[in-house]
Design a protein around this ligand. Structure first.
Ligand code: MN
Length: 496
């Protein structure tokens, strides 16, 4: 949990400064305008951000909406704060139309990179922006319907995915649920009611299971806390689309979340659960050994209880939990000033490996902004959004472009593996070579020396890398075949 922040004299000074600057201004709802920057400041405070970010948050609308200049801010609160406020001012000018920054970066659809370029490549500006957007969503009812829809839609399309990429789970959930309630109120209410009803009907079962698990974990002397977590409306909506609106395939409407002290206890807890209930086939997910792309870690398992109820469990350590809820912001909290001093220069050393890409992104944005040439195609991050990560049976991570097929995976491992494919197992099941790979799939390639590449495979590869290797192999085969024909001379060079 976040410590209650005791405000420093500098933050108090910034609050007074903002109050004066916004004096007499009101929001559309009629309340004093200062309520907004105060709320934004409290949000970043709650996320555990550094002092410069907190100060910049309460000042974020001063330059745009009052007579205050950037110079004033710099004189009173320093260069860092001025830089962050300037980023927010620029961002508010472009965020109403994301296409405006096309001029900077015509080659990418990566919104995060675009925003970083536009704001001066400091991720903290985006964190303030996310807090700003969250508060605007919380108070969206005061705006006219057309503005409501525009802001809600943009939040779903740009800002909630951004929060997800930064693994800020709690923020993503709140943002997307509020936004969805404006974009599609009818569906929002339907699903909201459905979740409510389900929770009521499942309450007794959940309590019973919670008791059983608690007793069993107690016997194993595992220290833990357990709580129910309800699926958010928007994520249910998305999942239902994926499963053709079939509620029968949604097993995690309600889940039990167990938080333990360390990784060993995570696996022990998983064992305890599986000794009590029957795990469902193919529904154990080890995001501890294989974190999600945004760094999310947890063990998930879905089990069938003695009364034939299906329940999902999520098991994680406290640190993993904090990180899943607050993501990038959590790493500011853990590393405090040490981290933020180096943030601007891109010399971040204490970020979890899963978020190191942010450094790279910041550096790239800075280069682009400075007018330097960057090979956008080579940018790992630019491609990040279009990538999937799949795993070998041993747990090695292979990244491939979205749309890749099993043969792309095989050729990526080794062109010889590609050449002798006889089949593929995806997540333990025999699958066709036409199966599109999904993020997180475990892919096992079956080979035989007696089999060799076929011309028909040209339709079964997606990446140019695999296609190139395959073509070379087919060409070689062609030569071998031709060399066996009596009347044709082989193309191969004569040995001297
Ligand atoms: Mn604002």
């Amino acid at each position: 949990m976040v410590k209650k922040v005791k405000r420093s004299a500098r933050v108090e000074q910034a609050i007074e400064f903002a109050k004066k600057a916004h004096e007499g201004q009101t929001r559309r709802s009629g309340e004093p305008f200062i309520n907004h920057p105060m709320a934004v400041m409290q949000i970043v405070e709650d996320w555990g951000m550094d002092e410069d970010t907190i100060v910049a948050a309460v000042l974020h609308d001063t330059v745009e909406d009052t007579g205050i200049t950037l110079k004033d801010i710099k004189e009173q609160f320093g260069e860092q704060v001025a830089f962050l406020v300037d980023g927010m001012t620029k961002l508010s000018k472009i965020s109403s139309n994301m296409n405006d920054i096309d001029t900077y970066l015509p080659n990418t659809k990566d919104n995060l990179l675009r925003l970083l370029v536009a704001t001066g490549s400091d991720i903290r500006v985006l964190i303030i922006k996310l807090a700003d957007r969250l508060h605007n969503l919380r108070t969206l009812s005061a705006l006219p319907p057309d503005k409501q829809r525009r802001i809600a839609k943009e939040s779903l399309e740009v800002f909630a995915p951004l929060a997800d990429r930064l693994n800020m789970g709690r923020l993503r959930t709140e943002m997307s649920d509020i936004a969805f309630s404006y974009v599609n109120p009818k569906r929002y209410n339907e699903l909201h009611d459905l979740i409510d009803e389900y929770c009521k009907s499942a309450e007794k079962t959940m309590q019973k299971i919670q008791k059983e698990i608690s007793a069993a974990l107690g016997r194993e002397k595992i220290k833990f806390t357990i709580s129910g977590r309800v699926k958010s409306v928007y994520s249910l909506h998305k999942k239902l689309i994926k499963h053709n609106q079939n509620m029968g395939e949604i097993y995690d409407l309600m889940a039990l979340r167990i938080i333990v002290n360390d990784i060993t206890d995570c696996y022990l807890t998983l064992g305890v659960i599986h000794s009590l209930y029957i795990p469902m086939d193919g529904r154990i997910k080890d995001y501890i050994a294989m974190p999600k792309m945004n760094g999310y870690q947890s063990l998930h398992t879905t089990v069938i209880t003695k009364d034939k109820k299906i329940i999902e469990f999520q098991i994680r350590t406290r640190e993993m939990h904090e990180f899943a809820e607050r993501g990038l912001a959590a790493s500011f909290y853990y590393n405090e000033q040490k981290l933020t001093e180096n943030y601007r220069t891109g010399k971040i050393q204490h970020l979890p490996t899963s978020l190191l890409w942010i450094t790279e992104l910041q550096e790239t944005a800075a280069k682009l902004k400075a007018g330097k040439k960057v090979n956008v195609k080579k940018l790992r991050l630019n491609l990040f959004a279009d990538k999937i990560f799949v795993y070998t049976p041993k747990g090695d991570i292979i990244d491939l472009p979205k749309g890749s097929l099993p043969l792309d995976f095989a050729y990526r491992l080794h062109s010889e593996i590609g050449e002798h494919v006889i089949g593929v197992k995806i997540n333990g099941k025999m699958s066709s070579l036409n199966t599109k790979l999904k993020h997180g799939d475990v892919v096992e390639i079956l080979t035989s020396k007696n089999f060799t590449a076929k011309e028909g495979w040209l339709d079964k590869v997606f990446t140019s890398h695999a296609r190139q290797k395959l073509r070379a192999q087919l060409a070689r085969q062609g030569e071998v075949i031709r060399s066996k024909l009596p009347k044709r001379k082989p193309k191969t060079k004569k040995k001297s």
